[in-house]
Ligand binder design. Structure first.
Ligand code: SF4
Length: 66
């Protein structure tokens, strides 16, 4: 499974980073960088929390678990 970011919605607030810093990082310019765009089943809970925490609904999970 992968993390998909809608860049037209992301405003760089960094709540996703607070929820899951292993996948999300907002740089000094306020741009979201994905540290990694894929995640394991063990990491799913943290990623889902980050997706939920985004106030602009810019994040979603795509694909099937491989
Ligand atoms: S919480 Fe949402 S708007 Fe904020 S940096 Fe993360 S994806 Fe972008």
């Amino acid at each position: 499974m992968k993390i998909d970011v809608d860049r037209t919605k992301c405003v760089g607030l960094g709540l996703c980073e607070a929820a899951d810093p292993e996948h999300f990082e907002v740089n000094d310019d306020g741009k979201l960088m994905l540290v990694r765009d894929s995640f394991t089943e063990d990491e799913r809970r943290a990623v889902e929390e980050a997706v939920r925490s985004c106030p602009t609904a810019a994040l979603r999970i795509v694909g099937a678990l491989s």
